[in-house]
Structure formats: C-alpha cells, structure tokens
Design a protein around this ligand. Sequence first.
Ligand SMILES: NC(=O)c1ccc[n+]([C@@H]2O[C@H](COP(=O)([O-])OP(=O)(O)OC[C@H]3O[C@@H](n4cnc5c(N)ncnc54)[C@H](OP(=O)(O)O)[C@@H]3O)[C@@H](O)[C@H]2O)c1
Length: 306
Amino acid sequence: MSKTIAIAGGTGFIGSYVAKFLLKDGYKVLISSRDPIKVSDRFKEFEVFRWDPTTEDFPIEVIQRADVLINLIGETISQRWTKEVRERLRSSRINSTRKIVEAFSKVNSSGKTFVSASAIGIYGNRKGEILTENSSFGDDFLSKLCIDWESEAMKAEEFGVRTVILRIGIVLGERGGFLAKLTPIFKLGLGGKIADGKMWMSWVHIEDLARVIKFAIEDRAVSGVYNVVSPNPVTNEEFTKSFAKVLNRPAFLPVPKFALKVLFGNELTEVALTSSQRVKPERLLELGFQFKYSDVETALKSLFSK
Ligand SMILES: NC(=O)c1ccc[n+]([C@@H]2O[C@H](COP(=O)([O-])OP(=O)(O)OC[C@H]3O[C@@H](n4cnc5c(N)ncnc54)[C@H](OP(=O)(O)O)[C@@H]3O)[C@@H](O)[C@H]2O)c1
C-alpha cells in the first residue's frame, strides 16, 4: 500500500511542487492550508485539509493517517521586516513546528517520518568560507530563527519519529521564490550583480529539492540535518552572468546596496540579500545522493528554455 504524506505548507512555492512530484510517484498526498476553499481550484487533485497554526492545534486525524509529515510552512521573508513581520516570520515557523510535534506526542508515532524545512541562513554571513553541516552558526535574526526552528523539530525524535531537517539553499524554480522576483528585472535588461558581486550563492534546483525529500522519505538511513544545495555554489557575479546569458539579455549595471536598502529595508538587505554562504551538501554526498543539476547555467536553462 502506498504511503500517505501530509504536507504542511503544501500550497506554497516549494510545497506545491513537492506535492505534485510525490503524487506522480504514487503517494497519497494531503496538503494543509489556512484557507482550503480559496485554494481548492488550484489543488483539485489533492485532499486539502484546514489548518491555521496561529489559532489551531494540528489535526489529530491527519497525524494519525500520515506515514510522513513534511513541514514547509513559513511567512515569506521577501517583505520589509517591520516588528510585526519579524514576529510572524518567527512564529509561523517555530509555533507551527511545535504544534506538529505536539500532535506526534498525542498518537502512536513510532515509525513515522518528519521532514522539516530549515535554511542555510542558519550559518549567517560567512564570505568565502566553505560551510558543512558541522559549521558553527551565525548570530543574526535569521540564524537565531533557524536555530530555534530546528530545535523544535528535533523534539519529534522523543516520540520515535525519524526526523530529517533540511537546511535549504536558494531554490531555483519557475513559479516562485528568488527567481520570481529577479526574472522581470532581468527580462527588462536591468539585472546586474549586487554591489561587488563577490558574495556566494548556494542554490538548488527545485526538482533536486523534491528528489532529496523523496530520498529522505524512502531511505530510513536518512536522519538528522542535511544541507540541501547543489555541490557547486557560485558567486553573485557568476550567477548574474549565467542568468543574463540564459535569458539572452545584458546585465552590466551593478545594483548598489543602498538601492536594495531603499527597496527592501536594511535588515532584509544585510541578512538575506547581500549575505554570503558557500555551502556544501556534505552529508547528502556521503550518502551517495546524486544531484541532477550541479551546474547553475544548466539549471537555469532547464527552467527558462521555453
Ligand atoms: N524558497 C526558498 O528559496 C527557500 C529557501 C530556504 C528555506 N525555505 C523555507 O521553506 C519553506 C517553504 O518556502 P516557500 O518558498 O515554499 O514559501 P511560500 O511559497 O511563501 O509558502 C509558504 C506556505 O506557508 C503558509 N504560510 C505563509 N505565511 C504563513 C503564516 N503567517 N502563518 C501560517 N502559515 C503561513 C502558506 O500556506 P496557506 O496560505 O495556504 O496557509 C504557504 O503555503 C519556508 O519555511 C521557507 O522559509 C525556502
């Protein structure tokens, strides 16, 4: 009998891709939304269950049915970080994870699998230093958020749940995330490296991210923390050149940091947009996981060749 997978945050950029990927593979997939009626047309092929983590406990009947719970909830970081937004960035991740773990504690969870998102932002801004799962953490807002988010998720182990934490890099996909913001600017020929272009970008193709999640579900040897980034991070300058080439547009005007600060505010600019992380997927490579996309230009071409 095929496994039942519940995806918290299954309506998002990553969640909706992963849901379709696993459904095609023969899994039964349930997805959560705060507003199932609003999303019902887009997700007809799925069973959508209501869960608003700000006001409700995770539904017990879903945790009972699910062999695997994938947690991809999170208020978007791509907005100005006011005090209220910072609070929502934290609570949407940390409190929802806590509620999922509470649900595991209320049923017989032994043998279930929990795959929970985190981010490479945990390492902070590190210039060209090569970062593995054993590297130390940063101490900025995103680093602290990720530390607390991971520590809530790891508590699921106490209830016999195989727990896998994915420190996800910059996800390259057609329908959202980083590229959705960048593509219109590059298509107008206005793209350019950020400041001196030296910061490292650790990226992963969305199909490889979905393949890592499937690998984590199917191989019971997978447990603990994994960096989910391609084996070849690039500098912002290399990324900019490749993206402009794939879109067949020029990209010679560097975007100064002050312009980003005007558009996105100081904190998002410093902590996310201009921060450097050169991350290796050391533990996945040790397990023999093979990335389909390890060259950034090939990854971008696969998304924009149409
Ligand atoms: N995209 C990336 O490059 C990237 C990189 C590293 C880590 N991540 C992490 O991976 C997770 C998924 O990312 P994504 O890009 O797919 O995000 P997304 O498209 O913004 O989707 C996030 C999901 O979370 C739910 N959500 C949003 N705000 C919420 C709030 N305030 N309270 C409760 N639920 C809320 C939404 O579901 P409903 O509106 O249907 O309820 C949505 O389906 C996030 O935690 C993100 O931090 C993403």
